[in-house]
Design a protein around this ligand. Structure first.
Ligand code: SF4
Ligand code: SF4
Length: 435
């Protein structure tokens, strides 16, 4: 694995970016049609924790008409950045872009208390940009999970005492073998080659979802894709953008642009909706004056979620029967961030014997939202409790979704509620049907 972090670069300050979006804020006509789509508004019924209320606050702060107070930061922190409000908005307000800019400015100007400030800087600046440090941390976590320490900590009540029991349920299981992107690898298409694509493997997913990445390659190959896994790729920067570390995200984006420009590909494919949304929007990270703006825009246009791509390409590989009732949970950054709703459902419908039963509020966030379940655990668990209930009502044996973060959250939900359901990605269903 490459050990160095990307070189530091300069670009627009968050304040300049934020203030330059007056017209974007002005698109909001305060109609309130988004309110009931907002998970935090539905939970608490407070205007300040609604999309409309947050837009108003962000606008006033951007114009220096309201101070950047602790209360303001709390309302913005509590937003899941799920973008359900964007889908609901008839005025085309790009809420995700606005909240990410507002968080960028908070990161630059607001002094958080010492412990969260230290933890955020440690994770976003000292760990996330460095593949080797992340791998060492993951190995340590894997040792904790497999050596018996975790069982002792849970069984002895130590985690409960430290108030970490719920959080520990939300932590990913670390794989024994990581998905490698050290060097470029080429996986031949099965049968006639129909496309040549580049696969984006993720960062944390490379250490916790190796089997999902391998299943994705198999499904793509079986459907006539030559799959290249470019070496040198790393985190897409989604976690950093959502937290306001826009400089870190830009540096990560430049690293990925270089990695994926190594070849000529029909598309860049990801199986993580959260990553896909950020990769498609790389252009937004760079101002129009930035030398990398056009490059980032061009890259974004080639990015496809794996479900979107397979649906467009058409499945050609024969699928065996899977007698099973499943329900599908929309991943926010696929549905609201990328406006992909039907593709995963059509792929599931293509599997003979599979019965898809829609759950109530499938388009509502499960509470995962990047690291929201770690930073806002109580709210995330309440949303998860509701989601688990809706999934249970369908009587489905399997919950299917399209994002590793949602899979982790939903697995924690079924475990906490003891529903006995399995939780898998759409491509894992296709992969099983291949064999
Ligand atoms: S992004 Fe989600 S949580 Fe945030 S305001 Fe919009 S709907 Fe509410
Ligand atoms: S964000 Fe859109 S839907 Fe929500 S209040 Fe503003 S204009 Fe209406």
């Amino acid at each position: 694995m490459a050990s160095e972090a990307p070189a530091r670069t300069t670009s627009l300050t968050a304040e300049a970016e934020d203030q330059g979006h007056y017209r974007d804020y002005a698109r909001c006509v305060h109609c309130g049609l988004c309110l009931n789509q907002c998970p935090t508004y539905r939970l608490w019924g407070r205007e300040a924790d609604s999309p409309r209320g947050r837009i108003r606050q962000m606008f006033l702060v951007s114009q220096d008409e309201m101070p950047m107070s602790a209360a303001y930061v709390t309302h913005i922190d509590r937003c899941l950045d799920c973008r359900a409000c964007e889908t609901a908005c008839p005025s085309g307000v790009e809420y995700g872009k606005l909240v990410e800019l507002a968080r960028g400015r908070i990161e630059q100007e607001y002094r958080r208390p010492p412990i969260p400030r230290f933890a955020r800087n440690l994770f976003y600046r000292q760990l996330l940009p460095y593949p080797d440090r992340m791998a060492k941390l993951a190995r340590l976590a894997g040792f904790y999970q497999r050596s018996g320490f975790e069982r002792i900590a849970t069984g002895s009540g130590l985690l409960k005492l430290a108030g970490l029991e719920a959080r520990s349920q939300l932590m990913p299981r670390i794989d024994r073998k990581f998905f490698s992107t050290d060097a470029t690898r080429v996986h031949e298409a099965r049968g006639i080659r129909r496309a040549r694509i580049a696969f984006f493997a993720g960062c944390i997913a490379r250490m916790t979802f190796t089997s999902l990445n391998e299943a994705t390659l198999r499904v793509l190959q079986a459907n006539g894709c030559e799959v290249v896994v470019p070496g040198g790729q790393w985190c897409c920067g989604a976690l950093a953008v959502h937290a306001g570390f826009r400089d870190v995200a830009r540096d990560l984006a430049r690293r990925n642009l270089a990695a994926f420009e190594q070849g000529d590909f029909d598309a860049v494919i990801t199986n993580a909706a959260g990553c896909g949304s950020t990769l498609k929007e790389y252009g937004q990270l760079f101002g129009p004056e930035d030398k990398d703006h056009e490059r980032a825009e061009a890259f974004g246009e080639r990015v496809r979620d794996v479900t979107e791509f397979l649906d467009q390409l058409g499945l050609v590989s024969p699928l065996k029967r899977e007698e099973r009732r499943v329900t599908y949970q929309d991943s926010c950054h696929l549905l609201h961030g990328q406006r992909v709703r039907e593709a995963p459902r059509r792929l599931l419908a293509a599997v003979p014997g599979l019965e898809l039963v829609e759950m109530r509020f499938a388009d509502q966030c499960c509470g995962s939202a990047g690291v929201y379940n770690i930073t806002q655990t109580e709210t995330a668990l309440e949303l998860l409790r509701q989601k688990t209930q809706h999934a249970r009502e369908t009587g489905a044996a399997t919950i299917v979704t399209a994002n590793p973060g949602c899979i982790l959250q939903l697995r924690a939900g079924v475990k906490l509620a003891s529903t006995g359901q399995e939780v898998v990605h759409v491509v894992e269903i296709l992969d099983r049907a291949l064999r």
